[in-house]
Design a protein around this ligand. Structure first.
Ligand SMILES: [Mg+2]
Length: 288
């Protein structure tokens, strides 16, 4: 059964219906967490892009955000008591192009291997030469296999996309690519991971989980941290956040997950984010 949560602070001044949501883990004190965000001096919200802020499209380049998301992001960016970060498997450049905003939030692309602050400072994680060489090898193999048009070359990885292809064809290129890439990564610090609509070869130590770890380490005294995502790659982040924040699966249909809560896009997602904006905004005003 989906449940309605009330968000209220100690003095009862804020009484916002936060959303309808499905609480998946009995161990999480959602009420306590929501009260905490209403009074916290700063919150961190990490958002996946594809499937979370934007619906899937056959053509990846057309995956623009749900209506209302751009406005919500713009408001979140303006709040100085909220640090908003988009964490995606896509490149920073890709996310910028799809969001098409006047002002951007902090973005961590390629699962955190490249980062750009809201002020435009761009940094990347240094990749060992062995990783570079393996990625070059994987690139060459995909060209030879004749599937280069389905590939996306990123700073720290190579992704093969099959969104929209017939099931028979997907099975074929998936099996073939897995075999080739498995040979390439043998004995090396790389991994092959599946995501919704494709497969990717990338360094082992760079995941959305390590991105969350990095954030948590920046705030040793603790801050409310929320992570929202839909994909298998978001499960790494959910696991790291366990007991340390609120993890939210954003998906139309339920699937087994490590997340604390499940909400459906776009309506519940927009309601949840709008309420966060309001609560953060009210708290921010009190500070000034
Ligand atoms: Mg996603």
């Amino acid at each position: 059964m989906r449940k309605k949560k009330e968000l209220s602070c100690n003095n009862g001044q804020i009484h916002d219906t936060i959303q309808t949501m499905k609480i998946l883990k009995n161990s999480i004190n959602v009420d306590g967490f929501l009260r905490k965000i209403a009074i916290a001096p700063k919150n961190v919200i990490l958002l996946d892009y594809d499937g979370t802020l934007a619906p899937f499209r056959k053509n990846r380049e057309k995956a623009v955000p749900y209506i209302g998301i751009r406005e919500i992001l713009t408001k979140l960016i303006d709040l100085d008591n909220c640090r908003t970060i988009i964490v995606s498997g896509r490149t920073v450049k890709d996310i910028h192009a799809l969001l098409n905003l006047d002002k951007y939030p902090e973005i961590w692309g390629c699962h955190g291997a490249e980062r750009i602050t809201s002020d435009g400072d761009y940094t990347t994680i240094r990749l060992p030469s062995e990783t570079r060489e393996a990625l070059n090898e994987a690139t060459l193999a995909m060209r030879q296999e004749g599937v280069w048009n389905n590939c996306e070359e990123k700073y720290s990885s190579l992704a093969l996309h099959w969104r929209g292809l017939p099931a028979v064809e997907i099975k074929l290129i998936k099996t073939r690519t897995k075999k080739i890439w498995n040979d390439i990564i043998k004995g090396k610090d790389l991994t092959i991971s599946e995501f919704d609509g494709g497969i990717e070869i990338r360094p082992k130590g760079i995941t959305k989980g390590t991105a969350v770890e990095f954030i948590l380490n920046q705030y040793p005294h603790g801050l409310p941290v929320i992570y929202m995502g839909d994909d298998f790659t978001d499960e790494d982040a959910f696991r790291v956040l366990k007991g340390k924040g609120l993890s939210i699966l954003v998906k139309s249909e339920y699937r087994p997950t490590e997340a604390d809560i499940w909400i459906k896009p776009p309506d519940e997602l927009l309601e949840f984010l709008s309420n966060l904006v309001r609560v953060f905004g009210e708290n921010n005003e009190k500070k000034h």
